[in-house]
Design a protein around this ligand. Structure first.
Ligand SMILES: Cc1ncc(COP(=O)(O)O)c(C=O)c1O
Length: 286
């Protein structure tokens, strides 16, 4: 286990980055996180990710340094790693800190911020070109999914079920409507309009989701609607795609046992995928 880790302002060797057994992140999943993509050493939407990190932390009563400081720290850290000019995935985690185990945390705790760079591990090109399968499952999470919490048990169990079913992702449903994937947001396309569930407390307002809504769709002159999508609409729509930092723009061609549309990646989905690639400057194989 080699490599460098950012640990509360210091850059240390991987083997010296240790978690205290009374770290509340370890004992209670008491913390928040972000995953940021770097393309050829250049951060993609780093500001948005760090702003969301500070917001998630404040929603659980953890005060972080301002986003501008975290942005600088992340950029400096990446430069010190083997990923300085490569495609990379930056994991940033905040734990409330270390205290003797008790549900109610003491006042004035010092949060612990770590960052770890790793390979971006792109999905196989075939997935993007031909589309993937998803499964659907009941959403068993809490009602504050807009916080990017490290408490991810329902998400990891859902993802594992998807993998076992030979699917890329599990999409969750709540009260007859779809919410999001275990680690992605979902969009459908109907009559050239891009539709995605609204950013309520029941989903994470993904940065890639926001990139599609605020940048890519307007650039391509597509109308976007943020409205609740019934489960049955999802099953009967012609185009579906997922968004996420590591998922990027992922076309879906099968839901459970049902083929989506004609089973091929649709025009609007393809255009959004290509516009995203252009925006990130991502070149496969580099
Ligand atoms: C539950 C959930 N929804 C959506 C997303 C997509 O968010 P982003 O585009 O910011 O990566 C993620 C990313 O990990 C996620 O965990």
């Amino acid at each position: 286990m080699s490599g460098k880790i950012y640990y509360n302002g210091n850059i240390v060797d991987r083997e010296n980055a240790k978690v205290d057994i009374e770290d509340r992140g370890y004992q209670f999943a008491d913390g928040v996180y972000e995953v940021v993509a770097f393309y050829h050493g250049e951060p993609f939407t780093l500001n948005e990710h760090m702003e969301r990190l500070v917001f998630s932390a404040s929603e659980i009563d953890i005060e972080l340094p301002p986003a501008e400081i975290l942005i600088k720290e992340a950029k400096n850290y990446i430069k010190e790693t083997e990923y300085a000019d490569k495609n990379a995935k930056l994991y940033v985690q905040v734990s409330r800190g270390v205290a003797s185990r008790s549900h109610a945390y003491p006042d004035g705790m010092e949060p612990i911020i770590i960052m770890k760079a790793g390979p971006l591990d792109p999905n196989p090109e075939k997935y993007f070109q031909e589309g993937v399968k998803i499964i659907t499952l009941p959403d068993e999470r809490w009602s504050r999914c807009y916080i990017k919490s490290i408490a991810l048990l329902p998400n990891i169990l859902a993802k594992k079920k998807a993998k076992k079913a030979g699917a890329y992702e599990a999409i969750m449903t709540r009260d007859g409507f779809i919410t999001e994937g275990s680690s992605s947001n979902i969009f459908i396309v109907e009559d050239e309009t891009i539709i995605t569930p609204p950013a309520t407390n029941y989903i994470l307002n993904g940065i890639t989701r926001q990139t599609v809504i605020n940048r890519l769709a307007p650039e391509l002159n597509y109308e976007v609607k943020e409205e609740s999508i019934p489960y049955y609409t999802l099953l009967n729509t012609d185009q579906v795609f997922l968004t996420g930092t590591t998922t990027e723009i992922m076309p879906v061609v099968q839901i459970n046992d049902k083929v989506v549309g004609n089973g091929k990646v649709g025009k609007e989905t393809k255009e959004i995928f290509e516009a995203f690639r252009e925006l990130t400057g991502f070149v496969r194989g580099k």
